[in-house]
Design a protein around this ligand. Structure first.
Ligand SMILES: Nc1nc2c(c(=O)[nH]1)N[C@H]1C(S)=C(S)[C@@H](COP(=O)(O)OP(=O)(O)OC[C@H]3O[C@@H](n4cnc5c(=O)[nH]c(N)nc54)[C@H](O)[C@@H]3O)O[C@H]1N2
Ligand SMILES: Nc1nc2c(c(=O)[nH]1)N[C@H]1C(S)=C(S)[C@@H](COP(=O)(O)OP(=O)(O)OC[C@H]3O[C@@H](n4cnc5c(=O)[nH]c(N)nc54)[C@H](O)[C@@H]3O)O[C@H]1N2
Ligand code: SF4
Ligand SMILES: [Mo]
Length: 723
């Protein structure tokens, strides 16, 4: 039998064609008829079946007793979980329970729908997620400039004539805040229509190899480069004319700031010479140019300022909300309205963390503070944690410290497929259905696709009655916790949660689609979509290219885009100080993604981990030479917080002064149950990244640009991780 479904593993949302016999998938191919991915998939597509078949994937709830876990019924596990969380609530108050949402929440519409209710239901504001080691600076800038944190513009990749990427590697990551399956093909088409690609990245990445121009940049200096680009554009009177000028404010203040950053001032710090910067500015100040920045500009010490300057640059060149520039699609579910109704349209510094007083961004507290909030005694100390689809023990900075903290919680409940490095600390693990046993719709990611499309996938296999969805598990658990509080309001909330379960996520989704921009209940709509429509069109429905709509959706108090947010301007003093100081010549650590990895959690698939060791430390020949390091040597990588030993890969793909190592590895943790991953565990680079190193504006973790030392160790010492 054949079944078509969306791959939910990354933001590209490829359409897949599966053959199966009713219980097992026998082959996975890219769906040639898919309206969006048109016959593309990456090697991870097959991992859907590997996940489904994986004997290590949990099929029943697990309860920890001492160091071991035993299987339990849903009834028992949910009650134990609710009892544990409730006793923390009773003894320490609601804020003593924290939530952590991992990246896959964004890929599960059931989990995403309920996730917004968890905080209010548990009455806690201690909300953490992978966002604060990812795209939070973009959300912050969108909130400051456009008045809505989800109004993040997307490159109009298929029509741009110059695509400039700072700190993104879409050929490997398959795009982020830019859903565009088939990146190599799309980049080929860009070149075929005479367009150009410029990549600004400390490493000669797989994407940079396809570029017309690769500019290696010293990590953490993008803000200086962006200011210098603005400087040239203003100084040479290249600011675009157009109706956008009536829809923004703060252009003069932006100009004043940029005036202080001539290219010559930033050349040494960035490693890009002044003439090149001038030339780049001239090329950017034209129509149909998209300047896009991703992880490399977010997860560093100037994430917030970078995101602001990037968006501002696209505005002054006239490319915001213009074809070929940075735009937004019109997805079937209106995420902007939905988020506003849920109070999730943005915010900043309305409350702070207890220990170091770090500000909330969009209702989130920074992951960099999670360990200290668990460790530090006093009123409000975190004693309980609910993790949903996350593995912070591997993914968060200073992971060694966080792992220690997780082990000391009074109540930890995890909703996850695996007994892994994080969930091994939980008292109860509640596993959701396999990806093939659930339906799929991209509530969030379709709002960041390079075209407007709609696509829904039915479950491939009918789940057996004992299997539960993230949606049902979360609602059931929350209902039980709330019911234990016993007040009148609590009973009303518990009833509401029960009602949500009875309505079911499919009917809620149908409702959201019907009232959405292309929905059946939208007056004058062309497509009149319902969930049933989508069920009949498994290859998806193309809703057309992006159209200008950002300026119309701006939600600032005066309806104008702010080019000069006060908090961003104020943050520039850090950059001034840095430019004045003589940069230390030490080594800076950056990350690296691989096509066959997905953060920490696909390393239990035999065919995805096969092949040579990927968990190496890339180092430039000059830096290796001066340290007596040869290719393949064991090296010790150390920072303020930790050290590890791994193998050196000497390569001029990284610029001098920079070393690179991937994250998501370190599967040698006792207590985890990942038999394939444990056979080639690699090292957890986040034992070296530093929880005290973050963007002090948004408090987003700085996983890139970490000061480190590297030294050769005699091979006999072997490869082991040290705390
Ligand atoms: N050094 C360094 N560290 C990094 C990064 C980096 O570039 N460098 N990148 C950062 C980024 S961008 C991110 S997003 C984070 C990711 O950080 P996390 O989200 O914390 O980690 P993941 O590895 O994505 O783990 C996802 C977990 O969800 C589980 N899971 C998968 N699907 C589902 C599901 O449908 N339901 C449930 N309940 N569970 C599910 C998996 O088993 C796994 O345990 O890592 C960050 N860490
Ligand atoms: N195969 C695969 N795909 C993935 C993932 C995965 O783990 N594997 N993870 C998914 C997730 S959660 C995310 S968030 C996306 C991320 O998607 P991307 O952002 O496209 O991916 P990264 O590889 O993190 O790219 C960051 C780039 O920034 C560069 N960089 C580091 N520091 C700096 C700096 O200071 N300045 C500049 N200009 N560049 C810098 C790095 O060398 C790297 O090439 O990928 C998603 N897709
Ligand atoms: S690029 Fe790969 S992982 Fe991402 S959606 Fe497509 S097949 Fe899945
Ligand atoms: Mo991410």
């Amino acid at each position: 039998m054949q079944h078509h479904r969306t791959c939910h593993l990354c933001e590209a949302m490829c359409g897949l064609e599966l053959d199966h016999d009713g219980t097992r998938v026998t082959s996975v191919r890219p769906d040639p008829d898919d309206v969006f991915s048109a016959g593309f998939m990456c090697p991870k597509g097959v991992a859907l079946t590997d996940l489904h078949d994986d004997p290590d994937r949990l099929r029943t709830p697990m309860i920890r007793e001492g160091r071991t876990f035993r299987e339990a019924s849903w009834e028992e596990a949910l009650n134990v979980a609710a009892d544990r969380l409730h006793s923390v609530y009773k003894a320490r108050g609601p804020e003593a329970i924290a939530l952590y949402h991992g990246n896959p929440v964004a890929h599960s519409y059931g989990a995403a729908m309920v996730s917004q209710l968890i905080g209010p239901a548990l009455r806690t504001r201690s909300f953490y997620s992978a966002s604060s080691m990812d795209q939070l600076p973009h959300m912050f800038a969108a909130w400051q400039m456009f008045g809505h944190q989800l109004l993040m513009p997307v490159p109009d990749l298929d029509r741009t004539e110059l695509f400039v990427i700072l700190g993104g590697n879409p050929v490997v990551s398959n795009g982020s805040i830019m859903s565009a399956p088939g990146m190599p093909q799309r980049l080929k088409e860009l070149r075929a229509r005479g367009g150009e690609l410029i990549v600004i990245d400390p490493r000669l990445t797989e994407t940079a190899r396809l570029a017309d121009l690769h500019l290696p940049i010293r990590p953490g200096t993008d803000a200086m480069l962006l200011l210098a680009l603005l400087h040239v554009i203003f100084a040479e009177h290249r600011v675009a004319e157009g109706p956008w000028r009536d829809r923004v404010r703060g252009l003069d203040r932006l100009q004043t700031v940029a005036a202080g950053w001539p290219p010559a001032r930033v050349a040494r710090a960035t490693g890009i010479d002044a003439d090149t910067i001038v030339d780049l500015a001239r090329r950017i100040a034209r129509p149909r140019v998209a300047v896009y920045g991703r992880m490399g500009v977010c997860t560093q010490r100037y994430g917030g300022v970078n995101a602001w300057l990037l968006y501002a640059l696209n505005v002054v060149t006239g490319n915001l909300d213009a074809p070929g520039g940075m735009m937004r699609p019109e997805p079937p579910v209106d995420l902007l309205v939905l988020a506003r109704l849920l109070g999730k349209d943005g915010g900043y510094d309305r409350f702070r963390t207890r220990v170091h007083g770090l500000p909330e961004v969009g209702g989130e507290l920074p992951i960099a503070a999670l360990a200290e909030e668990i460790e530090t005694r006093g009123a409000g100390q975190l004693r309980g944690l609910l993790t949903v689809a996350g593995n912070p023990a591997l993914s968060a900075p200073n992971a060694g410290r966080l792992q220690g903290a997780l082990g000391r919680l009074d109540a930890m409940v995890s909703i996850d497929y695996y007994l892994n490095e994080t969930t091994c600390h939980a008292h109860v693990i509640l596993p959701p259905e396999s990806p093939l046993e659930r339906d799929h719709f991209d509530v969030a990611l379709l709002a960041f696709a390079v075209r407007s499309i709609a696509r829904y996938s039915e479950p491939t296999f009918t789940p057996s009655p004992e299997v539960r969805s993230d949606f049902d598990i979360l609602l059931d658990l929350l209902g039980r916790v709330v019911a234990r509080r016993g007040g009148l309001r609590d009973r009303a909330v518990a009833w509401g949660l029960g009602l949500g379960r009875r309505i079911g996520k499919e009917r809620l989704l149908d409702l959201l689609i019907r009232v959405g921009p292309h929905g059946a209940w939208r007056p004058g709509g062309r497509h009149r979509l319902t969930l049933d429509h989508l069920r009949r069109r498994p290859h998806g429905i193309d809703l057309g290219p992006m159209e200008p709509s950002i300026f119309d959706r701006v939600a600032t108090p005066d309806g104008l885009v702010r080019l000069d947010p006060d908090v961003c301007l104020a943050d520039l003093h850090r950059l001034e100080d840095e430019a004045a100081a003589n940069a230390a010549p030490g080594l800076l650590l950056i990350g690296r993604r691989h096509l066959r990895s997905n953060n920490s959690w696909l390393h239990n698939s035999e065919r995805l981990v096969r092949g040579k060791d990927r968990c190496t430390l890339q180092i430039h020949p000059d830096d290796a030479g001066s340290r007596g390091i040869a290719d393949g040597d064991s090296v010790r990588l150390a920072s303020r917080v930790g050290r590890l030993t791994t193998r050196a890969e000497v390569t001029d793909a990284v610029m001098p002064g920079v070393v690179s190592m991937p994250h998501g590895w370190g599967h040698d943790q006792p207590g985890a149950r990942l038999s394939v991953a444990a056979a080639s565990p690699g090292q957890n680079v986040n034992r070296v990244t530093d929880d005290h190193l973050f963007d002090t504006l948004t408090c987003n973790a700085a996983l890139n640009g970490v000061p480190v030392t590297v030294e050769r160790v005699p091979a006999a010492n072997g490869l082991e991780t040290e705390a």
